[in-house]
Design a protein around this ligand. Structure first.
Ligand code: NDP
Length: 433
C-alpha cells in the first residue's frame, strides 16, 4: 500500500486474491517462502510511453501508453490492450495481475500481461484510429514477440484496432511472426476467437448450474454491457434456451421483458459494431424501454452476467439481485463485482464465479490461436468450440477442487487458489530471479 498509494483498483485486486489465499497459505507454508507473494504483486516490468498522433484536422495529440509485463513464470506475457479515457497504471496493473491467474487456469502455457492507452476511439474516424494504432506500435513493437509478449484486444480494441497494430508490427519488425491474437481470419486469426469470452462465460455458468442439478434452459438472464463479450454471451444464452432481458452501456440500460431474439441481436450488433452507436439508439429503433443512467441489476432475473467493466456491480446491486431471487452470477468482464458484493452473493448461497475463471475462454482461444499460428494451421469452428468448451469444463472442475466448501462452492477461493498454485509452483521450480 505504501508503495502504490494511488492505485485503488490494483489494491482491490490484490486484496481479493490475498483474502482467498491466506487460509490456504497457513495450511501450506511452503508457498509463503522465497518472498513468493512479494514477487507476485510486483510486475516483472512496467513500460510507459508517449503516443503522438495527428487527427484529420492536422491537430497533434499526445496520449499515454502502457504495457504491464506482470509474470512470465509459465509462458510469454499475454493479455489484452485497452483503449479508454479511464486507462491508468492502477487499472492496467490490476488487469495484468488478474490475467496472470486467469491464464494459469486455462491450462495453457501463458504468462500474464496487460496494456493500453488513455485514447478514446469513440467519435474518431477510421483513419484517425489507424494513425493512432500505428503511432502506438512505433514504441510498443520493441517489447513484443511470439515468445516474449503477445497482446490482444480488450475494451475499445477489437478486430479493427488489432489489424492496424499487427500491420505496423510486421513493417517495423520485418517479420510475419504472430504477436497479436484476435487477428482477422485472413491473416492468422482463429475461428471462435470473437465469440470465445461470451460463449465461455455462458458455458461456465451452465457448468455451475449443472453442478447443482440445474440448467440455463428457461431461465431469465440479465447482461450488462453491449460490446464484444456481451453480444456473444447473449447469443449463447439464446442457444441454450435462456431469455436475456437486459443490455446496457456506460450511458444507460435497456429492459426488454420479452427477451432477445436473433433478429434483435443482429440490430444491436449493427448499431454497436457498424454504426458505433449506443444502446439508446437500439431501444429507439425497436421501441424498447430505455433507462438513462441506470445499470440492469434492479431487474429480477435468475442469472446475472456482468459483461461491461470493473466495479459495475456494488453491494446494493447485489442485495437487490439476491432479494429478487438470483441463483447464479458469472462475470464476463474483469472484476465487475465489488468484493463486498461478491461476498454477499456467496453468503446468500448464490453461485458466484469471478471473471478470472468464467471469462477465461477469451484468452484460452487466444492461446489456441497461438498454437495454430505456430503450426501454420487453421482449425475448424467446431474443433475450436469443442476445445473451448472442454477448457471451460476443466476450469470449473479445477475451481471446485480447490474451493472451500460452504453453502455453495466458493468459486472465488477456488479460482484464486488454483491459479496461484500453478504460478507459484512454476516460480519455485525456476529459482529466485
Ligand atoms: P467492448 O469495448 O467491446 O465493450 C465494452 C462494453 O462495456 C460497452 O458496452 C461499454 O459501453 C461498456 N463500458 C465500458 N466502460 C464502461 C463504464 N465505465 N461504465 C459502464 N459501461 C462501460 O469490450 P469487451 O466486451 O471486449 O470487454 C468487456 C469486459 O470484458 C472488460 O472488463 C474486459 O476486460 C473483459 N474481457 C474481455 C475479453 C475479450 O475477449 N474481449 C476477455 C476477457 C475479459 P460504452 O460503449 O458506453 O463505453
Amino acid at each position: 500500500r505504501a508503495r502504490d498509494p494511488h492505485q485503488p483498483e490494483f489494491m482491490q485486486a490484490v486484496h481479493e486474491v490475498m483474502s482467498s489465499l491466506w487460509p490456504f497459505l497457513e495450511r501450506n507454508p511452503q508457498y509463503a517462502e522465497q518472498a513468493l507473494l512479494e514477487r507476485l504483486v510486483e510486475p516483472e516490468r512496467v513500460i510507459q510511453f508517449r503516443v503522438t498522433w495527428v487527427d484529420d484536422q492536422g491537430k497533434v495529440h499526445v496520449n499515454r501508453g502502457f504495457r504491464i509485463q506482470h509474470s512470465s513464470a509459465i509462458g510469454p506475457f499475454k493479455g489484452g490492450m485497452r483503449f479508454h479515457p479511464s486507462v491508468n497504471l492502477s487499472i492496467l496493473k490490476f488487469l495484468a495481475f488478474e490475467q496472470t491467474f486467469k491464464n494459469a487456469l486455462t491450462t495453457l502455457p501463458m504468462g500474464g500481461g496487460k496494456g493500453g492507452c488513455d485514447f478514446d476511439p469513440k467519435g474518431k474516424s477510421d483513419a484517425e484510429v489507424m494513425r493512432f494504432c500505428q503511432a502506438l506500435m512505433f514504441e510498443l513493437y520493441r517489447h513484443l514477440g511470439p515468445d516474449t509478449d503477445v497482446p490482444a484486444g480488450d475494451i475499445g480494441v477489437g478486430a479493427r484496432e488489432v489489424g492496424y497494430m499487427t500491420g505496423m508490427m510486421k513493417k517495423l519488425s520485418n517479420s510475419a511472426s504472430s504477436v497479436f491474437t484476435g487477428k482477422g481470419l485472413t491473416f492468422g486469426g482463429s475461428l471462435i476467437r470473437p465469440e470465445a469470452t461470451g460463449y465461455g462465460t455462458v458455458y461456465f455458468a451452465e457448468e455451475m448450474l449443472k453442478h447443482t442439478q440445474q440448467s440455463l434452459e428457461g431461465l431469465k438472464v440479465s447482461v450488462s454491457g453491449s460490446g464484444n463479450v456481451a453480444q456473444y454471451a447473449i447469443e449463447k444464452c439464446m442457444h441454450m434456451g435462456a431469455r436475456v432481458v437486459t443490455v446496457s452501456d456506460s450511458q444507460g440500460c435497456v429492459v426488454d421483458p420479452a427477451g432477445f431474439t436473433p433478429e434483435k441481436l443482429a440490430v444491436l450488433c449493427r448499431i454497436k459494431n457498424t454504426d458505433r452507436g449506443r444502446v439508446e439508439d437500439y431501444a429507439k429503433e425497436l421501441k424498447l424501454q430505455y433507462e438513462p443512467g441506470k445499470r440492469p441489476w434492479h431487474v429480477p432475473v435468475d442469472v446475472a452476467l456482468p459483461c461491461a467493466t470493473q466495479n459495475e456491480l456494488d453491494l446494493e446491486d447485489a442485495l437487490t439481485l439476491i432479494r429478487n431471487g438470483v441463483r447464479c452470477v458469472a462475470e464476463g468482464a474483469n472484476m465487475p463485482t465489488r468484493i463486498e458484493a461478491a461476498r454477499a452473493f456467496i453468503e446468500a448461497g448464490v453461485l458466484y464465479a469471478p471473471g478470472k475463471a468464467s471469462n477465461a475462454g477469451g484468452v484460452a482461444v487466444s492461446g489456441l490461436e497461438m498454437s495454430q499460428n505456430a503450426q501454420r494451421l487453421c482449425w475448424t469452428r467446431e474443433e475450436v468450440d469443442a476445445k473451448l468448451h472442454a477448457i471451460m469444463r476443466d476450469i470449473h472442475e479445477n475451481c471446485v477442487r480447490h474451493a472451500s466448501k460452504g453453502k455453495v462452492v466458493n468459486y472465488l477461493d477456488g479460482a484464486n487458489i488454483a491459479g496461484f498454485v500453478k504460478v507459484a509452483d512454476a516460480m519455485l521450480q525456476q529459482g529466485i530471479y
